[in-house]
Design a protein around this ligand. Structure first.
Ligand SMILES: [Zn+2]
Length: 78
């Protein structure tokens, strides 16, 4: 793959990581250690807050949810 323009147009972070690795390889006669690419798991959390003052987190965004503190059934709005 070719470097686009000044390299900033290359896009995602993954692409720029790949191009950095390639640049290091071009160094003459220097042994380059490959870095192993790991994975990061991302998780979205929704912070719920009831009128009673209790707040907690949910992984999903429900339409209706019961407050764990006052036990009231609440309509969820963002
Ligand atoms: Zn509540």
């Amino acid at each position: 793959m070719k470097e686009l323009g000044n390299g900033r147009q290359a896009g995602s972070a993954l692409t720029s990581l790949a191009s950095r690795t390639r640049q290091r390889r071009e160094g003459s006669g220097i042994e380059v250690q490959e870095e192993e690419l790991g994975t990061v798991t991302a998780q979205r959390l929704f912070k719920m807050r009831c009128e009673c003052g209790r707040s907690w987190f949910e992984l999903e965004l429900p339409r209706l949810i019961q407050c764990p503190a006052c036990a009231k059934l609440n309509l969820v709005s963002i």
